[in-house]
Design a protein around this ligand. Sequence first.
Ligand code: APR
Length: 211
Amino acid sequence: MDNSRDTILNYQEGQPGEGTDKHDLKWVLFIFMKMKINKSILELVEGDITKEATEAIVNAANSGLRGGGGVDGAIHRAGGPQIMEECRKIGGCPTGNAVITSGGLLKAKYVIHAVGPIYHGGEKGDAEFLAGAYLNSLKRASENKILSISFPSLSTGAYGYPFDEAAPVALKTIIEYLKHHDEIEHVRFVLFGADAYRAYESALRGMIPMP
Ligand code: APR
């Protein structure tokens, strides 16, 4: 990978937030990683994607766009019935692809519903379908002139993809896209829990030299 244009803007880890006494076991870790890819910002944060204020958030949907648990359930609960109404009209989305609806009551104006693969032990084109779900989400964003977008870690919940295998596929797909498409200014990975965050951080460290 050509690293010459990838600049680390900020790297912070284990920074005490609330309760700044390091001897207090309840101290809160504030972790994020932010870097520049070509003209765009790529950021990893730990959090809940339904609270994101980027122009679009990505949903980990199923091919019937029927809703479900995990991120999908959380997005439909927070965004209200309008999103499901639009999903019904669209009807479905093949694995590895993505469709777009409005964001209903969410802060985000759009929801991009991406269908990642069910994990088959790294076989049957798992990685290609996973990369496709990210790539097609980015294409929907570009087509709709969306400047900022947040992703969850697709396929790593109910669909069983291990974080350490999914993270390099996800990050590589996004980094390659941003190198050739500067119309998307800001991409955030909103990772649910420390294990997810650590896996993405470690994958990113493996791709781009860190201080
Ligand atoms: N914000 C960010 N990430 C979240 C949130 C949230 N609010 N809730 C869950 N996650 C994380 C999970 O921890 C997991 O790592 O999202 C990742 C993806 O998990 P799932 O939501 O289960 O998605 P996926 O594995 O792609 O399975 C999709 O699950 O709910 C159904 O309808 C959905 O059938 C589809 C399937």
